[in-house]
Design a protein around this ligand. Sequence first.
Ligand code: 13P
Length: 258
Amino acid sequence: MKKLIAGNWKMNGLSADAYNLSMGIINGLKQSPQLGSACDFLICPPSIHIGLVQAFFNGQDVPVELGAQDCSEVEAGARTGEISPAMLSDIECSSVILGHSERRQFHDETDELVASKAALAHKNGLVAIICVGESDAEREAGQQNAVVEKQLLASLPEGTTAANTVIAYEPVWAIGTGKTATPEDVRQMHQFIREKLQEKLEDFAQVRILYGGSVKPSNAEELFRVPNVDGALIGGASLKADDYLGIASAALDIADAA
Ligand code: 13P
């Protein structure tokens, strides 16, 4: 399966930055079209820029899909400030990140809320990228598997399939810290997630499991070599076109060598 190279821009950049970053990605992909043979590309700008970024990519003939960083769990109505999955589908987003640890931490999102959002996202034809991951203290206490199992099983709604869901394992202590989980930590957790998916889903083997947390061009290759790592969810390094595409190059090198 192709690696999914997903950029989460978080709350970064004004419209001029979104333009420059988009053009950097467009030009880079035109110069290196072979990246598309090894990777699928998704970028998730701040919601207010999605339409703008859509316009920058329009007609450029590069294989990049757009997604959002969150959505509402209700269809429509009196939810000031929120964006519905139908609105995201309407502007041709393919995907939405849900349950990111920053949403869980700063907006008190629970697994149950994440499952409701994912169910509505599915209903509206979106792929839900469901994030799970333990904190530093939880790993220190050896609870990482229990924490991830609970988050995973409680955040997946009825009707989850490999076609409508991607899992992102993002250990909280590795996000934006420069600390990356070791390949062995990642191997164990991704295998564990695959086993848990097997208990729930018929097509568990096809579900993409992304790693996220300080992924950069210099560590992408060793992470992508780990079994059950089907791509990356990239924060900081997705804000520089060269780094974002450098991570894709690592996936291409592995595919070429195989
Ligand atoms: P960093 O790549 O900046 O560590 O962020 C990871 C992340 O949270 C992606 O969703």
